[in-house]
Design a protein around this ligand. Structure first.
Ligand SMILES: NC(=O)c1ccc[n+]([C@@H]2O[C@H](COP(=O)([O-])OP(=O)(O)OC[C@H]3O[C@@H](n4cnc5c(N)ncnc54)[C@H](OP(=O)(O)O)[C@@H]3O)[C@@H](O)[C@H]2O)c1
Length: 328
């Protein structure tokens, strides 16, 4: 185990990286070492803006850089798998933006590669690393609302249709399910387990053929159920409701939460409030750095097995809705 800060290299400085960097330097145990872009000019600009000592005009140079331990992959979904494989083959640990990959085969290949190379790999489901989410999950797992029987979760966004946007472009893995629907789905699998008994979806399409909105219901072994929805044309709060036999938990904007309320069967009502977050992405970098320092290859908060299982579910929902990406 090393006490040195984990040196992070950012791959693909686009929109999400701009948000991530708002809090990046607030985290402990890691440091920004490099930025790599397909354009040296963009890499230099981003490195200067975000405070990285190194800038590379190709992703290959990042893979070869000895001053980088962990590569944060922040490119559109279809490039997650090939770039993660490339980085891990070069011995880098990888924190990969969600969704881990386009489909089950790719996600499994990434997990297999991490195992073969003995490196850390984590899907960047940042939500799970928030103090409010960790507290809520520990209360639920500790029986605070009894047996969890139903999870209801929605992630809403109100985006204008734009065929040039990554979110609507099939060639860039567009569609509501992979962009935002994975949050409610993974809220359900975190609380109810990733082995689902059945899943059925219903979807509305964007003019480009990807899902504008996708809702699904799931049944889990042991009888629990879940309803989830990710909608790019749905305006309103993104709620998580966890219904137990002895109480309920409500969490608003659960994808980056700072509070939740527990309602007991006995009429008790308790609100748990945490320090409001700016963006809050530093929590996932702290988690990745902690795991790497402790010699772990996966985080208990987001295991490879669950990433593979979730990509199996999203692939099933997509195939049934006839949403296939180039090459599938
Ligand atoms: N955790 C979250 O809350 C969150 C939020 C938004 C997005 N995400 C995830 O982050 C990933 C990136 O999303 P984003 O919105 O940041 O994407 P983006 O801005 O469209 O693209 C990010 C960067 O990817 C690089 N890139 C490499 N190959 C590309 C290609 N063929 N086409 C376009 N860009 C390419 C580009 O950087 P260079 O050319 O400079 O290398 C680009 O700036 C997605 O997988 C998304 O699901 C996560």
């Amino acid at each position: 185990m090393t006490n040195e800060p984990i040196r992070v290299g950012v791959l693909g400085p686009g929109r999400i990286v701009r948000r991530v960097m708002k809090d990046f330097h607030a985290g402990q145990g890691y440091t920004l070492a490099a930025v790599a872009s397909r354009s040296l000019e963009r890499a230099r600009q981003a490195a200067a803006e975000y405070g990285a000592p190194l800038a590379f005009g190709s992703y290959e140079e990042l893979a070869a850089c000895e001053a980088v331990d962990l590569v944060y992959i922040a490119v559109p979904h279809p490039f997650h798998c090939p770039l993660a494989l490339q980085m891990m083959a070069a011995g880098k640990h990888v924190l990969c933006e969600k969704p881990m990959a386009l489909n089950e085969k790719e996600t499994r290949a990434m997990a297999d590669c991490a195992r073969d190379k003995g490196v850390f790999l984590m899907e960047a489901m940042w939500t799970r690393c928030f103090p409010a989410m960790k507290k809520m999950v520990s209360l639920v797992k500790g029986g605070a609302i009894g047996k969890v029987n139903h999870v209801y979760a929605v992630f809403t966004a109100s985006s204008n249709y734009d065929p040039a946007s990554r979110a609507f472009d099939p060639a860039l893995g567009g569609g509501a399910l992979l962009d935002i629907g994975v949050y409610p789905l993974m809220a359900a699998t975190q609380l109810l387990g990733w082995q689902v008994e059945s899943v059925q979806g219903a979807c509305e399409y964007a003019p480009s053929g990807v899902d504008m909105r996708l809702a699904a219901q799931l049944k889990f072994p042991g009888g629990a159920t879940a309803q989830i929805m990710g909608g790019m044309d749905a305006c309103g709060p993104s709620h998580l409701l966890v219904y137990g036999a002895e109480g309920c938990i409500t969490m608003e904007n659960f994808w980056h939460p700072d509070a939740f309320t527990l309602f007991g069967r006995d009429g008790r009502r308790e609100t748990y409030a945490f320090r409001p977050e700016n963006e809050g992405f530093h929590h996932e970098f702290e988690e990745a750095a902690r795991c790497i320092r402790e010699g772990l290859h996966e985080s208990p908060l987001m295991t490879w097995e669950e990433s593979v299982a979730v990509s199996r579910i999203t692939e099933k929902l997509r195939r049934e809705a006839n949403i296939l990406y180039p090459g599938e």
